[in-house]
Design a protein around this ligand. Structure first.
Ligand SMILES: C[S@@+](CC[C@H](N)C(=O)[O-])C[C@H]1O[C@@H](n2cnc3c(N)ncnc32)[C@H](O)[C@@H]1O
Length: 233
């Protein structure tokens, strides 16, 4: 097909060799405050787990152009003290490899028209005029919390460890069942004991991973890393 981007990505031995067709942008549909009520619930569950952590870290995987991690940061900012929020880092990753997503996320600039339906007061509080006509920019105190890096989940190599939250929405559905299992194992390794994993509503935890995670919400797939004794809250 004309203009189609065909790429072959060699991945970790447990994950299959994958032929990707189509530009990343085609799969990158997202918007600000998507799944707002879910993110609110996730944040309500994760905040008590941050007590005693001087530099808490979240991993948002498959962030497209950054609307989700910025939404997450804004929701946290609304619920957390200014002082604690300033030490939070949200590692934001995506497989897109032209650098386009990285530039957008790092700039934190979005078309004005994309920001017309935000919850009341959010636009005024967290966005400011940008030098680019027709665009608004996420304010510094929010932008500084987001660190973007390119990362392919199908390498099954975690970007770090000790995360209090791994958020991965609307990404796993693109993977084969065996890939999903290995990616979820990777998330388990990346989480701190008692850390939370949140996915999209249609995602079911594969039965073989049941010993690794404990579900914490009945109506949405939010799981606690079942290791140590941090799953009670
Ligand atoms: C539909 S968007 C999801 C955006 C956001 N998480 C949300 O729920 O609105 C899916 C994103 O997953 C990314 N993605 C697809 N395969 C990936 C992989 N192997 N590793 C990392 N990201 C991937 C795509 O590039 C795209 O930006």
């Amino acid at each position: 097909m004309a203009g189609e981007d065909h790429r072959v990505t060699q991945v970790h031995s447990k994950c299959r060799l994958r032929v990707e067709m189509g530009g990343g942008l085609n799969l990158a549909f997202t918007f600000f405050f998507r799944d707002q009520h879910v993110l609110e619930r996730v944040v309500d569950h994760v905040l008590p787990r941050l007590a005693g952590l001087s530099h808490p870290r979240f991993w948002d995987a498959g962030v497209a152009m950054g609307q989700e991690p910025y939404t997450l940061a804004i929701i946290v900012a609304e619920k957390m003290s200014h002082f604690s929020f300033a030490n939070l880092r949200i590692d934001s990753t995506d497989v897109e490899d032209t650098g386009q997503f990285a530039r957008i996320v790092e700039a934190g600039e979005y078309p004005d028209e994309e920001l017309t339906r935000l919850p009341e007061g959010i636009r005024q509080k967290y966005f400011e005029p940008s030098a680019r006509p027709g665009y608004l920019r996420v304010i510094d105190s929010i932008r500084r919390r987001i660190a973007f890096q390119r990362h392919d989940l199908l390498t099954c190599k975690e970007i770090g460890a000790g995360y209090s939250l791994v958020l991965c929405k609307n990404v796993l559905l693109h993977f084969q069942p065996s890939e999903r299992i290995e990616v979820l194992r990777m998330f388990h390794r990346a989480l701190a004991p008692g850390g939370l994993l949140a996915t999209e509503q249609t995602q079911q935890l594969p039965p073989e991973l049941a010993p690794l995670f404990r579900r914490v919400t009945p109506d949405w797939p939010v799981y606690c890393k079942a290791e140590g004794d941090g799953c009670e809250s």
